[in-house]
Write a protein of this length. Structure first.
Length: 253
C-alpha cells in the first residue's frame, strides 16, 4: 500500500473513512495501514467526537512541568549569562550563589540550552585527556596579549598557572620592558610562591635574538630564582594553549 508517501493527516482521514464504511474487518484495516488496533480505535473515536480535527496529531508536550525551574530564577540566570557571555554554567553558578540563588550546574546549563545561549563550539564533547602539570606552581605560562582591541600599543601581561588555570597576574604595563615584568613577577612570587618552571615564547623581554645565549636580563634573573625556563615552539602558539585561550576569552569579554 502506498499510504506511507501520504501526509499523516491524509492517511488518518482515509483510515477513518474506510473504518466507518466497514468494507473489511477492523483488524485487517489496521494491518493494511500498518498501525495497531488501539491506535486505530483512538483515531476513530477522535473522528466520531470531533470530526477531522479530532484526528490531528497533538503535541506530546505536558501541560505543566512541575520540575521546571521557576521563571524568576530562569530570568536571573539569563541576565547573568548576558552580562558574562563567555562564562559557562560552572562559573555562573558561583555568581548566582553570591546573589543567594542556589542552582545546580546542570540546571543552569539546561536553562542556557533552552534559551539558545550556548555557542555551538561549546556544545562539543569535552576532551578525554587534558595536558597539564600535576599540581599548582609546577609551571606558569607567561605571555603578552596582542594589542587588538586594547587601548595601548602592547596588550596586558598575563601569567597563568598551568595546573589550576588560576590567573597569577594581569598587568597593563603598556610596554614589554623587562623591569616592569620583573616587578609584576616579584609581587606574584610573594603572593603565590615561586614556580618550578615557566613557559614563554621567543619574544621580548625574556628572549633576545642578539644575545649569544639568547638570554636576557629577565630570563637570567628568573633562572637565579631556581626557575627552570621552557620555550614554546616557534610559530606554534598552541604550546601555550592555556594562556592563549585566556587571551581569547579576555578579547570577547
Amino acid at each position: 500500500m502506498a499510504w506511507k508517501t501520504m501526509e499523516v493527516q491524509e492517511q488518518r482521514v482515509r483510515f477513518v473513512v474506510e473504518a466507518t464504511q466497514k468494507a473489511r474487518s477492523f483488524g485487517a484495516l489496521c494491518a493494511a495501514y500498518e498501525i495497531s488496533r488501539p491506535t486505530g480505535y483512538l483515531w476513530l473515536q477522535g473522528y466520531r467526537e470531533f470530526g477531522v480535527t479530532g484526528i490531528v496529531e497533538r503535541s506530546r508536550k505536558p501541560h505543566r512541568s512541575p520540575e521546571r525551574t521557576d521563571p524568576e530564577l530562569e530570568r536571573q540566570v539569563i541576565e547573568v549569562r548576558q552580562r558574562y557571555p563567555d562564562w559557562g554554567a560552572r562559573k555562573l553558578k558561583v555568581l548566582l550563589a553570591r546573589k543567594g540563588v542556589e542552582l545546580p550546574r546542570n540546571t543552569i546549563h539546561r536553562i542556557l540550552l533552552r534559551h539558545d545561549l550556548v555557542r555551538e563550539e561549546d556544545r562539543q564533547t569535552a576532551a578525554t585527556q587534558r595536558f597539564e602539570r600535576g599540581q599548582p606552581n609546577e609551571l606558569w605560562q607567561m605571555d603578552f596579549k596582542g594589542p587588538k582591541g586594547w587601548p595601548q600599543t602592547v596588550g596586558p601581561l598575563s601569567v597563568l598557572d598551568d595546573y589550576s588555570r588560576y590567573l597569577i597576574a594581569l598587568a597593563a604595563n603598556g610596554s614589554t620592558h623587562g623591569e616592569a615584568v620583573r616587578e609584576q613577577l616579584e609581587e606574584a612570587f610573594q603572593r603565590c610562591g615561586v614556580p618550578e618552571g615557566m613557559l614563554m615564547d621567543h619574544g621580548t623581554p625574556w628572549w633576545s635574538q642578539q644575545a649569544p645565549s639568547r638570554q636576557t636580563r629577565l630570563s637570567l634573573w628568573l633562572m637565579r630564582q631556581g626557575i627552570r625556563l621552557h620555550w614554546s615552539g616557534i610559530r606554534h602558539p598552541q604550546t601555550q594553549g592555556k594562556v592563549e585561550r585566556f587571551h581569547a576569552a579576555l578579547q570577547r569579554a
